[in-house]
Design a protein around this ligand. Structure first.
Ligand code: PEP
Ligand code: MN
Length: 344
């Protein structure tokens, strides 16, 4: 159930509604909308539902009370009709301008990270990615530089001004990651690592939550609920390809998921064509399709020399291809009423 307050309802009326909600045995969660506040009621809803609707509807300042049938209360568009904006330093994710997150799969060394950061910034990226803790299928593969990788990312941010996005694998690393990262990424493998989601919900940083390739959209939305319930509503969802019978690409980008999520949820949605394709030759086409479908941004892996990459080389774009993608992205974005700002 959500209680939608009248536009401009005074704080005292909002407060009185919150108290009434608590008195009825629910936990209130206030979504600070631009025009009007929406109070979500968290807790078990039983047979008295109809009476509660009447009770809350009669309170001063309440415009209407709506029952929510979706199990995801906080991520649901019904609880927050306007799209959410997630602010990361100078970048707003979910507004007209698209977020372009680019960088290597892994932080490998200082020069690789700094040179890539400069290249992607010069091409128009507005956020920098790089994994310091890497989830690898094989324990014998490169696992990331850990805290040293975070320090290198911080240096790349100092030099380029780009905020940094990096992945957390384990709650024990969260404090260190929070000291450096501007955005914490939960990778596809950890989408349903619920304790990690809860911990990230208390870390005070925006979160990018990637969809697990074997999970449905509604599972992704339920996973976001774990983060939001801890008080962190700065969540960006990321479609990065799902498992299908098709093996011509690594995964299959579920372009459908983008408009579906935008309808079901107020949270921004971005797309990662690199992990969906697994092959650099398809990355640009898939990225453009995601923008056309209404994505709020893209996340693209870029490497100076993909043949030498310590992870995900085959799907990484060289900087020149990334620049080409950015120019095409600006045109596709314009065609759907969005914007990619190219430098110079
Ligand atoms: C990554 O972003 O490098 C990554 C490991 O992605 P995913 O979790 O989507 O596989
Ligand atoms: Mn990768």
């Amino acid at each position: 159930m959500v209680i939608i307050m009248q536009a401009g309802a005074p704080e005292a009326e909002v407060e009185a509604v919150i108290q009434a909600v608590e008195k009825a045995g629910f936990r209130p969660f206030v979504n600070p909308g631009v025009e009007r506040k929406v109070i979500a009621l968290l807790g078990k809803m039983d047979a008295e539902k109809a009476e509660l609707v009447d009770h809350f509807s009669a309170l001063p300042g309440v415009e209407r009370v709506q029952l929510i049938s979706e199990p995801y209360k906080l991520a649901s568009r019904r609880s927050h009709p306007e799209p959410s904006l997630v602010e990361v330093g100078p970048v707003t994710i979910g507004g007209t301008q698209l977020a372009v997150i680019a960088g290597p799969c892994s932080v490998e060394n200082r020069d690789q990270m700094v040179d890539t950061a400069i290249a992607v910034r010069n091409a128009g990226a507005n956020l920098l990615r790089g994994g310091a803790f890497k989830p690898r299928t094989s324990p014998y593969s490169f696992q990331g530089l850990g805290v040293e990788g975070l320090e290198i990312l911080a240096e790349a941010r100092r030099i380029t001004g780009l905020p940094i996005v990096t992945e957390v694998l384990h709650p024990g690393d969260l404090d260190a990651i929070s000291q450096y990262a501007d955005v914490i990424q939960i990778g596809a493998r950890n989408m349903q690592n619920f304790r990690l989601l809860q911990d990230v919900g208390t870390a005070g940083k925006p979160v990018i939550l990637k969809r697990n390739p074997g999970c449905r959209v509604r599972d992704l939305l339920m996973a976001s609920e774990y983060i939001m319930l801890e008080g962190n509503t700065n969540v960006v969802l990321c479609e990065r390809g799902i498992t299908t019978f098709e093996d011509a690409t690594r995964y299959t980008m579920d372009v459908n998921a983008i408009p579906v999520i935008k309808r079901l949820s107020h949270l921004p949605v971005i797309a990662d064509p690199s992990h969906a394709a697994g092959d650099w030759r398809y990355v640009s086409a898939i990225a453009l399709s995601a923008i056309a479908a209404g994505a709020d941004g893209i996340m693209v892996e870029v490497h100076l020399d993909p043949s030498m990459a310590l992870s995900d080389g085959p799907q990484s774009l060289r900087p020149d291809k990334f620049s080409e993608l950015m120019r095409a992205a600006a045109q596709v974005a314009a065609a759907v009423g969005r914007e990619v700002v190219l430098p110079g």
